[in-house]
Design a protein around this ligand. Structure first.
Ligand SMILES: Cc1cc2nc3c(=O)[nH]c(=O)nc-3n(C[C@H](O)[C@H](O)[C@H](O)COP(=O)(O)OP(=O)(O)OC[C@H]3O[C@@H](n4cnc5c(N)ncnc54)[C@H](O)[C@@H]3O)c2cc1C
Length: 266
């Protein structure tokens, strides 16, 4: 019986996502028409990057929504797809267990990698999958419809999906599901999505990921998470270096308040 694991591929995406987001942002403040704004970015790439950086970090994320990304996901367990479909701003089509009858006892399944350190239990897991497959096939052979025979299939049964969403929805998904608190399989899927999006559109997805990537953590166990600890350490190193610089030079880098801004006092 085939064991499998999650695999994500990008099927389709909006053609010019970074330009599109910059255009949406600039349209809010410009007298120019959106098509004129869209056409000018190739001549002003730095302006485009700054515009996108500004709206992304300011949280004006409606400007991300004009870009769609469609992924194919295979080898993912029903346990993980159940979590995935909770993301209400993503759209899904999933392989049916009603209309697709698996051949023989050959339904593919996902086995948690942790079991590899427990060979005896791992073997029992495989045996159970085989037994389930046999019962499933026996039910089908007895004329029971696929929609009823599937009741014996486990959470481990593999599935496949087409999942689409706009850049904002993917951002939200990545925030929750690349976090160390997320379950390992959906986290693995989320990291595959993250790698693809960062490669495709690095400016748009520059700080995508768990909140620690953006310097904070809302999880109560945050202080125990190695990723968050690394972020805090880096922030502390940065603050210490700045303090040392101020002590050595007797003033703030760049002349402190020379630009006339009100000092930050809290
Ligand atoms: C680590 C972890 C553990 C989890 N454990 C459990 C669990 O034990 N049990 C369980 O049932 N679920 C659990 N979940 C799933 C979780 O509760 C959410 O259903 C899932 O993460 C989707 O997130 P969401 O609802 O924030 O966002 P989405 O559905 O992706 O929506 C994105 C954002 O849109 C806004 N939004 C969407 N719909 C509405 C609405 N109707 N009204 C107002 N605002 C809206 C919200 O700001 C929301 O954050 C867990 C998730 C994680 C990451």
């Amino acid at each position: 019986m085939p064991e499998t694991s999650v695999h994500v591929v990008l099927l389709e995406k909006s053609p010019h996502p970074t330009e599109m987001t910059a255009t949406a942002a600039r349209t809010c403040y410009s007298a120019n028409a959106p098509d004129a704004i869209m056409q000018r970015w190739h001549a002003k790439p730095d302006d485009m990057v700054q515009t996108v950086d500004r709206v992304r970090s300011a949280g004006h994320h409606s400007t991300l929504e004009h870009n769609i990304y469609v992924f194919g996901v295979t080898g993912i367990s029903r346990a993980a797809t159940h979590q995935l479909v909770r993301h209400r701003h993503l759209q899904f089509d999933q392989q049916s267990q009603r209309y697709l009858a698996f051949k023989g006892s050959d339904f593919a399944y996902v086995k948690p990698r942790r079991l590899s350190s427990l060979p005896e239990l791992s073997a029992r897991f495989d045996e159970l999958m085989a037994q389930i497959g046999e019962t499933y096939r026996a039910l089908l052979n007895a004329g029971i419809a696929g929609e009823d025979a599937r009741f014996v299939l486990p959470n481990a049964a593999a599935s496949q999906m087409v999942v689409s969403g706009n850049a904002r929805a993917w951002y939200e998904f990545l925030t929750l599901r690349t976090c160390n608190m997320a379950q390992w399989e959906i986290r693995e899927m989320a990291f595959q999505v993250l790698r693809i999006l960062k490669k495709q559109d690095p400016i748009l997805f520059k700080d995508a990921g768990a909140t620690c990537v953006r310097g904070y953590c809302n999880e109560p166990n945050g202080p125990e998470c190695p990723r968050y600890v690394a972020v805090v350490k880096a922030q502390m190193d940065g603050a210490r270096k700045a303090a040392e610089w101020i002590a050595a030079h007797g003033k703030e880098p760049g002349g402190g308040r020379s630009n006339g801004e009100t000092p930050i006092t809290q």
